[in-house]
Design a binder for this molecule. Structure first.
Ligand code: ZN
Length: 180
């Protein structure tokens, strides 16, 4: 177990730069949703309510714009058919059809499940210029989108496993996603 953790830490360090990831616990991450708090999303909850609903890890990533370490999330290597919902509000955000192995240690998708499911926003924290991806329904932080993806749009949505919940095709919460 100890060796695994050390390897995971090394892997995280090596691959973080390539994927534009950031250390989960840096103070700047905690403030990066501050301007989002003034945006109006269909689902409104107080931070106190979110804290009760989410696990501490989910809260840190979804509500404080944290980033889980590479290769530690539960979905970075999953290939089963199904859908990925927002872990905060349950909205369907991504489909397994669009998931691909980007070798970066986070679940990566070439598309969102349907138009309007996410909101993109400039993120200039950590001296980088990236595009942050938020759930359009509840405003929670999901990850970032980069323009080096494999699909026709050339996009790579690099998403934290903590931000999403997978439902396979046999799951009671699985439904066929709406058409794009
Ligand atoms: Zn959501």
């Amino acid at each position: 177990m100890k060796h695994f953790l050390i390897l995971a830490a090394i892997g995280g360090t090596l691959f973080t730069a390539g994927c534009g990831g950031i250390a989960a616990d840096s103070p700047a991450a905690r403030n990066s949703l501050s301007s989002t708090n003034t945006m109006k999303f269909p689902l409104q909850r107080t931070e106190e309510e979110w804290r009760k609903i989410l696990t501490p890890e989910q809260y840190h990533v979804l509500r404080e714009a944290g980033t889980e370490r590479a290769f530690t999330g539960k979905y970075y290597a999953t290939t089963e058919p199904g859908i990925y919902r927002c872990a905060a509000c349950g909205e369907i955000l991504f489909k397994s059809d669009d998931k691909f192995d980007s070798h970066c240690g986070w679940p990566s998708f070439s598309e969102i499940a349907a138009q309007g499911k996410v909101i993109e926003r400039d993120d200039t924290t950590y001296g980088m210029h990236r595009t942050e991806v938020l759930c359009a329904n509840c405003g929670s932080h999901l990850g970032h989108v980069f323009d080096d993806g494999p699909g026709p749009k050339g996009l790579r949505y690099c998403i934290n496993s903590a931000s999403i919940n997978f439902a396979d095709t046999n799951s009671p919460t699985f439904i066929t996603p709406e058409k794009k």
